[in-house]
Design a protein around this ligand. Structure first.
Ligand code: AMP
Ligand code: MG
Length: 330
C-alpha cells in the first residue's frame, strides 16, 4: 500500500470518511485513527498494530458535546475532570452508549473518551465529522511514536495516510481515569498528575495499579519496550548496592567490547560517563518527553542495553516509572 505523507488536514479527513486509517499528531503521542462508528475501519487498527482484541481504544472527540452521545451518563467526577482538563492529555472512562461498536471498547460496557489539546488533531476530528478511535501509531508493545518519523518507520506502506505535525508536546500517553464510580481511579498515570487531580478534583483519588490490570486491559501487556534491554538504575547514586553491581558490570563489559553498546537516560550527569548514547534531562518533564524517542534512537544505533535512572514516583515521575517498569518486563 502507498502511504502519503501530508500536512493537509482535509486530505487526511477524507481518508477517515472513506473508512481508512490515518496516523495523526496529538500532544501525548501520535495516534492511528479510524471512524469510531465504523466497525470495519476499527478492525483494521487492531490488525495493523497487532493489538490484542481485548485491549480497548480511546475515542477522540473535538467537542465536549460528543461526550453525551458516546456515554450513557456523565458522572459528577467526570464533569469536574472534563471542565478542568478537557481539552488535554487526560482520558475519562464512562458507561458507554449503544451507538459505540463493541470492537472499540473490546466488549466492555465502558468507553474511554479524550479531547486532545492538539489543534491539528481536533481539526482532523472536526473535518472527519465523526469521533476517531485511536491508539498509539506503533506496533503493539514497541515504544509509542512521538514524531511522524517514528510513525513512518513502523507504519509506512501499511496505512494510506500519515498526517504530519510537530513532535508530541508531552511524549507519554494520556492519564486514564475511571470515572464510573463515586471516587475516580487512575488506571494509567500520565502528564496530568495524581497530585494535580487530588488538588483540583478529589483528594481521595488514587492510582490503582491492580485495578488497572482488570479494569484497563491494556495495562496488563508488556509495553513501550525497545529492542534493547532496559535496566533501571537508582536515583540515589553509588551508595546503593544494586547500582554498584550494575556499574561494575558496565565497566567490565565496556572494556571487553570496545564498541560498547550502552546508553543512558536520566537526570544526573554522574551516571553517564561510560555510555555511548547519553541523554541528560533537565527536568522530569523533559525525561517524559524524551523517553520513547530515546528508546527508538538507541535501537537505530544498535544499543544493547539502555540504563534508565529511576525517579521518585511523584508528579510526572509516577508516569515515567510506570512506563519504565513495563519496558523492563521483557
Ligand atoms: P493506548 O490507546 O494504546 O494509549 O491505550 C489506551 C489505554 O486505555 C489502554 O491502557 C486501555 O486499556 C485503556 N482503556 C481504553 N478503554 C478503556 C475502558 N473502557 N476501560 C478501561 N480502560 C480503557
Ligand atoms: Mg499504545
Amino acid at each position: 500500500m502507498k502511504t502519503i505523507l501530508s500536512d493537509s488536514i482535509n486530505k487526511a479527513a477524507s481518508f477517515i470518511k472513506e473508512g481508512e486509517l490515518v496516523a495523526f499528531p496529538t500532544e501525548t503521542v501520535y495516534g492511528i485513527g479510524a471512524n469510531a462508528y465504523d466497525e470495519k475501519a476499527v478492525k483494521k487498527i487492531f490488525k495493523i498494530k497487532g493489538r490484542p482484541a481485548d485491549n480497548p481504544l480511546i475515542v477522540h472527540i473535538a467537542s465536549k458535546k460528543d461526550i453525551g452521545i458516546l456515554a450513557k451518563e456523565i458522572t459528577p467526577s467526570a464533569k469536574k475532570i472534563i471542565k478542568e482538563f478537557f481539552p488535554g492529555p487526560v482520558t475519562v472512562i464512562l458507561k458507554k452508549n449503544e451507538i459505540v461498536p463493541d470492537i472499540v471498547t473490546a466488549g466492555l460496557d465502558t468507553i474511554a473518551i479524550r479531547m486532545p489539546s492538539s489543534k491539528i488533531a481536533r481539526e482532523l476530528i472536526k473535518l472527519s465529522g465523526v469521533p476517531i478511535a485511536a491508539p498509539s501509531a506503533n506496533f503493539s508493545g514497541s515504544p509509542s511514536p512521538t514524531s511522524f518519523r517514528h510513525v513512518m518507520s513502523d507504519l509506512s506502506r501499511k496505512i494510506p495516510c500519515i498526517l504530519i505535525g510537530p513532535a508530541s508536546k508531552y511524549g507519554l500517553e494520556s492519564t486514564v481515569i475511571d470515572c464510573t464510580g463515586k471516587i475516580p481511579v487512575i488506571l494509567r498515570p500520565g502528564s496530568i498528575t495524581l497530585e494535580e487531580l487530588k488538588k483540583k478534583i478529589d483528594k481521595r483519588i488514587v492510582f490503582k495499579k491492580n485495578a488497572g490490570k482488570i479494569k484497563s486491559p491494556g495495562q496488563k501487556y508488556r509495553h513501550y519496550a525497545p529492542e534493547a534491554k532496559v535496566k533501571l538504575i537508582s536515583e540515589f547514586g553509588f551508595g546503593n548496592a544494586d547500582l554498584k553491581r550494575e556499574t561494575s558490570n558496565v565497566k567490565r563489559q565496556t572494556i571487553k567490547e570496545k564498541s560498547s553498546a550502552f546508553a543512558f537516560i536520566g537526570l544526573s550527569k554522574k551516571f553517564a560517563g561510560s555510555y555511548k548514547v547519553v541523554k541528560i534531562c533537565r527536568s522530569t518533564e523533559e525525561y517524559a518527553k524524551s523517553l520513547f524517542s530515546f528508546f527508538r534512537e538507541c535501537d537505530d544505533k544498535g544499543i544493547k542495553t539502555i540504563y534508565c535512572q529511576r525517579v521518585p514516583e511523584k508528579g510526572i515521575g509516577l508516569a515515567i516509572m510506570n512506563r519504565l517498569k513495563k519496558a523492563i518486563s521483557n
